[in-house]
Design a protein around this ligand. Structure first.
Ligand SMILES: [Mg+2]
Length: 201
């Protein structure tokens, strides 16, 4: 089934969270670890939910709106929200992944098969800290032709402009590109938006 999915494929675009590792229990662990800043954690989730289906011109614009949304109605401002996100939230997630969430066997097999076949590969994540998370999973970031997150391209998944940009950056033909992800409504829709194939992990 795995090898069937790669037949006729030249480029494989992997999602990261939930795809390269099983995400089950991570949200609860984040709550337990970040109990002292639960209001910020809750504000992050709410702001993220409200960012869906909006396309921004740049990463700066995306995060400007995101951190303002996180701060609305709270004592902290966008600068504190940004610092918390980059210094507390993402590193905490990375540490928990390293400790409790080993890579999925199926994902590692797929990566090995891609290397064997000489396929172009990319990570297209919905979060930042892509390199740090790959290292936490002991997956060599250097093996990929492209590491990118949707916010870097101005939106969250699914976004047609972002998915198109990923293909452009890879110089890939959608007809021979496979998206691999754990969420039909994010990764599957992204693939369909650009006419690429999708494999649900
Ligand atoms: Mg995912």
């Amino acid at each position: 089934m795995l090898n069937d999915a790669l037949n006729g494929v030249q480029t494989v675009v992997f999602d990261l969270d939930g795809t390269l590792y099983n995400k089950r229990g991570l949200a609860q662990r984040m709550v337990t670890r970040l109990w002292w800043c639960l209001p910020l954690l809750a504000a992050e989730r709410l702001a993220r939910r409200n960012m869906h289906y909006v396309q921004y011109a740049s990463e700066e614009e995306f995060f400007g709106v995101f951190f303002r949304a996180m701060s609305r109605g709270h004592w902290w401002g966008p600068n504190i929200a940004a610092q918390w996100y980059n210094i507390v939230y993402l590193p905490a997630m990375t540490r928990l992944i390293k400790r409790y969430h080993p890579p999925r066997k199926e994902a590692l097999e797929m990566l090995a098969e891609c290397r064997k076949r000489g396929l172009k590969t990319a990570i297209y994540s919905d979060y930042g800290a892509v390199i740090e998370k790959l290292e936490a999973l002991h997956i060599d970031p250097q093996q990929f032709d492209l590491l990118v997150s949707a916010p870097e391209l101005g939106a969250l998944k699914p976004s047609e402009p972002c998915a198109r940009r990923v293909l452009e950056l890879l110089n890939a033909d959608p007809k021979t590109t496979l998206f691999v992800g754990d969420r039909e409504e994010k990764d599957g829709v992204s693939a369909r938006m650009v006419g690429a194939k999708f494999y649900l992990i």
